[in-house]
Ligand binder design. Structure first.
Ligand SMILES: C[S@@+](CC[C@H](N)C(=O)[O-])C[C@H]1O[C@@H](n2cnc3c(N)ncnc32)[C@H](O)[C@@H]1O
Length: 243
């Protein structure tokens, strides 16, 4: 049975769902990915290597797992996480304490920041949840500085047939049971595999990023093909150095 909402209800559905699962989100993430999610975020930040002093933004930051990593790279710069689900950011408060990073409430499709504000932008497992992926990438491009970079982590489906079957079985059958066993919301963890199935394949996502205006777009597969990392760059104005 499909739990996916129609587009006009998606934002409210997503916000309510993440508000419900916020307290157990980190634990479920760790269990579900066998602890690999942290390494994927490290690879993503490394791929765009925010320079010391840079301003970094994490879109759909949730409990802020990207923020300590971004803060460590940018050091005396700044790291901001934006999300429209307040309980997710509240659940992550302790994580950002002492790092200098901060949370800001806002919508990925109308980011509350001026044009050309950030040198580095990350977004992890969020694009699956927005109503319009192209619009989200255009909005990230708007707030990126010329020469700035974006890194996007999202779910993918392994290419190898056997892995693909095992992955489908795991996400569609095992993950909802795991969620139930751990006291998490099984509907939310049924939404996950269903939204993943609808999400564009990595090559199509790269195309969406290019059409949104990002250049030098490339991607790599992680976690045996279960996750895709896309990176892109905002064209520097002529005469300006790359970030
Ligand atoms: C699966 S969680 C990912 C959290 C975090 N980035 C991570 O890597 O664990 C998706 C997050 O995206 C947020 N989100 C979804 N759509 C959004 C939107 N339009 N604007 C802001 N946040 C959004 C949700 O509230 C949720 O916290």
């Amino acid at each position: 049975m499909s739990v996916l909402p129609p587009p006009e209800e998606k934002a409210v559905y997503v916000e309510r769902m993440f508000a419900r699962i916020a307290p157990g989100y980190d634990r479920m993430n760790g269990v579900m990915t066998f602890g690999m999610d942290r390494g994927w975020r490290e690879i993503a930040v490394h791929a765009i290597a925010p320079p010391v002093g840079a301003r970094a933004l994490d879109v759909g930051t949730g409990t802020g797992d990207f923020l300590p990593l971004l803060a460590a790279w940018t050091r005396e710069g700044s790291a901001v996480g934006v999300d429209f689900t307040l309980p997710m950011m509240q659940a992550g408060q302790a994580k950002v304490g002492g790092t200098g990073a901060r949370f800001v409430a806002g919508d990925a499709l109308r980011l509350p920041f001026a044009d050309d504000s950030f040198d580095a932008i990350t977004t992890g497992f969020t694009m699956r949840n927005v109503v319009d992926i192209g619009a989200a990438f255009r909005e990230m491009l708007r707030v990126a500085r010329p020469g700035g970079a974006v890194a996007c982590l999202e779910v993918a489906r392994p290419r190898n047939l056997l892995l693909r079957l095992g992955h489908g079985l795991y996400f569609q059958r095992v993950v909802p049971l795991l969620a139930r066993a751990l006291g998490a919301d099984p509907t939310a963890y049924t939404y996950l595999p269903q939204s993943a199935q609808r999400f564009p394949a990595p090559a199509a996502l790269a195309q969406i990023m290019q059409e949104a205006g990002w250049s030098d777009v490339r991607y790599q597969l992680l976690g045996m093909g279960a996750v895709a990392l896309h990176v892109g760059r905002k064209r520097a104005r002529s005469g300006e150095p790359q970030a």
